[in-house]
Write a protein that binds this ligand. Structure first.
Ligand SMILES: Cc1cc2nc3c(=O)[nH]c(=O)nc-3n(C[C@H](O)[C@H](O)[C@H](O)COP(=O)(O)OP(=O)(O)OC[C@H]3O[C@@H](n4cnc5c(N)ncnc54)[C@H](O)[C@@H]3O)c2cc1C
Length: 405
């Protein structure tokens, strides 16, 4: 057992830290959160750092890296932007282009992955509908075949990256889940849907941006599809295989979600430690001298370290899964556990940090609330509700014949 990541990964982390400090440091991340727009130059900056399409094959234009490397990147990005916006951008633009490169045609995947890697294109996931996100098998959006094309009708809600894909950049799209067959999960297909290509919006597509309470740097929006065309060659993994394709992407994406939460929580913990040393009360005593404060910091550290180890374990499992050395059940177990624990832990560390900083944390004088709201997005549902993580763990631990939805 060796807990060191080895010289290559440590070097990668160090050089990434320096790059992220230039891209997001000096309060730049908070300015982006306040402005509510992730500039194209920041996205291209992420591309230049090599963190987009990091896990995609080099022959398709990706970086050819592994999931442990991607988890370290997500952790560092979460630390340098605890509002989570750039971490969300990065994790989506790893997990979903990866799934495209694994199951899509090389021509379709290559055209997209190459642009994603350079920060010229956003490629995320469009699964959730107004009728509910947890019940993926119940998706209502329909894709009807018409010659070489499918026409898509339906509505997707709470979709990350709508502004970035359709306004900020010239290219954008999603792995879009739609029904090509009958009821249930076997009737679903996944499409590499490009809502914008070379500056032109797809016809039959309308969109709007939701007014979110946090993580303002990356947009969350609605896609309305009224006959939007997708070429049949853009089906990913074959007709009727969309559910399975998506269910491979979610556990991988969740590992990076968990890693980003660990990074953001590390940032919060550092703020709590600093504040507890500097804030003096009751005759000039630092508040760190009160056990009510120092014990909460001690618990935060223990929780964070446990979550980080779980994240690395999940990322290590993902690398083994991709090489065919680990079963899907093992990936599901560790990925859902990592997301469950890291998000719960991060949110509670942000809560504790806000309490330690005190009343001023409820103002924009201090930036801790930006991280609280960023981690909250994952507590309320993004990349799967926490109850669904518990269901996955229970199902793969106890057995599908016992634990059903
Ligand atoms: C900021 C943000 C960004 C997002 N980005 C994307 C995106 O890019 N693409 C995308 O497709 N989706 C995205 N989502 C949507 C996200 O995937 C959903 O919020 C999530 O799947 C939960 O769906 P829901 O919100 O409709 O809640 P519901 O599915 O309606 O669930 C509501 C509540 O019921 C609980 N629940 C549901 N079923 C069960 C059950 N069987 N047992 C126990 N409890 C249950 C859930 O845990 C939850 O607490 C995003 C969400 C947010 C908040």
């Amino acid at each position: 057992m060796d807990f060191s990541l080895g010289p290559d990964l440590e070097l990668f982390r160090e050089s990434l830290r320096r790059g992220l400090e230039k891209l997001l440091g000096g309060g730049r991340w908070a300015e982006i959160d306040e402005a509510g727009v992730l500039p194209a130059e920041t996205i291209r900056g992420l591309g230049a750092l090599g963190v987009l399409a990091l896990v995609c094959p080099e022959e398709l234009g990706g970086q050819g890296g592994g999931w442990l490397e991607a988890a370290i990147a997500a952790e560092e990005i979460g630390y340098h932007d605890p509002s989570m916006s750039t971490a969300v951008y990065t994790l989506l633009n790893n997990a979903w282009p990866f799934i495209l490169s694994r199951h899509g045609s090389p021509e379709v995947a290559g055209g997209i992955v190459e642009k994603v890697a350079k920060g010229e294109m956003f490629f995320g996931i469009a699964s959730t509908e107004p009728g509910g996100g947890s019940d993926v098998a119940g998706i209502k959006t329909r894709a009807e075949r018409s010659g070489d094309y499918y026409r898509v009708y339906g509505e997707k809600i709470l979709i990350s990256g709508v502004r970035e894909a359709l306004e900020t950049l010239d290219y954008g799209g999603w792995l879009l889940l739609a029904r090509t067959g009958g009821e249930g999960h076997r009737g679903l297909s996944a499409f590499a849907f490009t809502g914008k290509w070379d500056g032109s919006l797809a016809s039959g597509l309308e969109y709007s941006i939701l007014d979110t309470i946090g993580r303002h740097g990356i947009s969350t929006g609605i896609l309305r599809l009224d006959g939007a065309e997708v070429h049949a060659s853009r089906i990913v993994g074959g007709e009727g295989r969309g559910f399975y394709v998506a269910m491979e992407g979610f556990p991988l994406a969740r590992i990076l979600v968990a890693a980003a939460n660990v990074g953001a929580a590390r940032w919060a913990l550092e703020r709590a430690v600093e504040w507890s040393r500097e804030r003096r009360l009751f005759g000039g005593r630092p508040i760190a001298s009160f056990q009510g404060v120092s014990f909460s910091i001690a618990e935060a550290f223990a929780g964070l370290e446990a979550a980080r180890l779980l994240v690395y374990r999940a990322a290590w499992t993902a690398d083994r899964y991709v090489r065919g050395e680990a079963a899907r059940e093992e990936l599901n177990l560790y990925s859902a556990s990592a997301k469950l624990k890291a998000v719960d832990t991060a949110f509670s560390i942000f809560q504790e940090t806000m309490k330690i900083v005190g009343g001023i944390s409820f103002t924009k004088e201090v930036d801790v609330h930006r991280g609280l709201l960023g981690t909250l997005s994952y507590l309320v549902g993004a990349e799967g509700a926490q109850n669904i993580m518990k269901y996955i763990i229970a199902r793969d631990l106890i057995g599908r014949e016992y634990v059903k939805l």
